[in-house]
Design a protein around this ligand. Structure first.
Ligand SMILES: Cc1ncc(COP(=O)(O)O)c(C=O)c1O
Length: 394
């Protein structure tokens, strides 16, 4: 059989379409301001594009597979851990496949910690507006789950949480810091107050900060994801959201104390215990993260956080100006509004949602770095055209 030739025209047409589409992709939390062309150039000329590296194993332990980027992975975690309020030497973490991968580890690690403290099966508490991955993962791990109603801003209803909390069983709480649709942040003070008062037999707190966990450490609200302040046990953040990577990745951080409670499952061919759920892990992702950290630095991330938060305020302001029903939570880059016509939804890659408390059909715009004021103005023009009954095809 002959090898099919690579049709470059076919590929280039596809690439042009993607490059065009990214300009108006505002409905999903993917930062399209990806800046990795220099990295990929270096990667190819360095010879690494022809090497099969793999970060299998615990990045903090010597690996028997020499072709890995563990040293870069550790530097990524060492860069971020103080920004998330971990003391020196306290944190253990790794570069994940995604936010979901980080949540999976948070829930799994949580179950192990709780079972070291009590023989009673834990209950997973999560808000109804938390990301579906939490519910999927709770299901996967066979956990009893209580889904707690949310208020209109997408934050957990604290009274409903109190009612649902069963103090006779260990509590595994997944705290949403930035819900997917509305950017709701669960009230950690209120949750803590209830836990202190009702004293469940054991508690583990995992923070799902897939999107907001990227920008919060670089904002005036860094305390929300600060481990020292909030005393959470683990946190998951996505890399392709705020940080702007070209493919799914993320970071998971916890403490060495939590790590010590994990089932050791010794793996002799990997030099001991491997705490990660997946065996093979990307070696490229930590290298890209390392590259970005050195290109951007804390000040650069601060500027980026500031920009998206300001532009989200600008979008809300423009929507108010044209009297378009829209909402934005205080600490958020997510603006949600009444759902426009299908052509606007399609053109701007908007995601649909329903909430009867806000008039039914909704959509949202997650302001990432590629959505500047000029793009926002063009979006508003389309909403105005839509309101007049027009469409781009008219
Ligand atoms: C709040 C929240 N958690 C988790 C996820 C899943 O993250 P990932 O797509 O990185 O797996 C998302 C994705 O949008 C999210 O919004």
């Amino acid at each position: 059989m002959t090898t099919p030739a690579i049709d470059i025209n076919y590929l280039n047409t596809f690439a042009r379409k993607m490059v065009q589409e990214k300009k108006s992709a505002v409905g999903f939390p993917c930062n399209q301001n990806v800046k990795l062309a220099d990295f990929y150039h270096w990667y190819a000329v360095s010879g690494l594009a022809d090497v099969a590296m793999n970060n299998v194993g615990d990045p903090r332990k010597p690996s028997l597979y020499a072709l890995n980027t563990h040293e870069f992975e550790n530097q990524v975690i060492d860069f971020f851990s103080p920004l998330y309020g971990f003391s020196p030497g306290e944190a253990w973490g790794f570069v994940t496949n995604s936010g979901t991968d980080g949540n999976n580890h948070g829930i799994y690690f949580g179950v192990n910690v709780l079972s070291s403290l009590s023989e009673i099966k834990p209950i997973l508490y999560v808000s109804e507006e938390a990301h579906y991955s939490i519910k999927r993962l709770g299901d996967l791990q066979g956990l009893d789950m209580r889904q707690i109603p949310t208020n209109v801003r997408g934050e957990i209803e604290v009274q409903a949480f109190e009612q649902a909390l069963d103090p006779s069983r260990p509590a595994l709480i997944v705290i949403a810091v930035g819900t997917t649709f509305k950017g709701g942040i669960d009230n950690q003070d209120a949750i803590d107050e209830i836990l202190t008062r009702k004293k469940p037999v054991a508690v583990y707190r995992h923070v799902d900060a897939a999107l907001f966990g990227g920008f919060l450490p670089f904002s005036e609200n860094a305390h929300i994801v600060n481990h020292d302040v909030r005393k959470y046990d683990s946190i998951a953040v996505s890399g392709h959201k705020f940080f702007g990577f070209d493919e799914p990745l993320g970071i998971f951080m916890t403490t060495n104390k939590v790590l010590a409670k994990q089932n050791p499952f010794q793996v002799s061919y990997l030099n001991g215990s491997v705490p990660t759920i997946s065996c093979s892990r990307s070696a490229l992702a930590p290298l890209k993260f390392w590259w970005q950290i050195h290109n951007t630095g804390v000040d650069g991330y601060r500027r980026q956080a500031d920009l998206i938060l300001k532009n989200a305020v600008y979008l809300k302001h423009r929507l108010d100006e044209i009297n378009y029903p829209a909402w934005k939570n205080d600490i958020s880059n997510t603006v949600y509004f009444l759902r426009p016509g299908d052509w606007v939804m399609k053109k701007w890659s908007l995601a649909p949602y329903e909430d009867d408390r806000l008039g039914g059909k909704l959509a949202h715009d997650i302001v990432m770095r590629h959505e500047g004021m000029h793009t926002i103005d063009r979006f508003i023009d389309d909403l105005l055209l839509d309101q007049r009954g027009g469409s781009q095809t008219d």
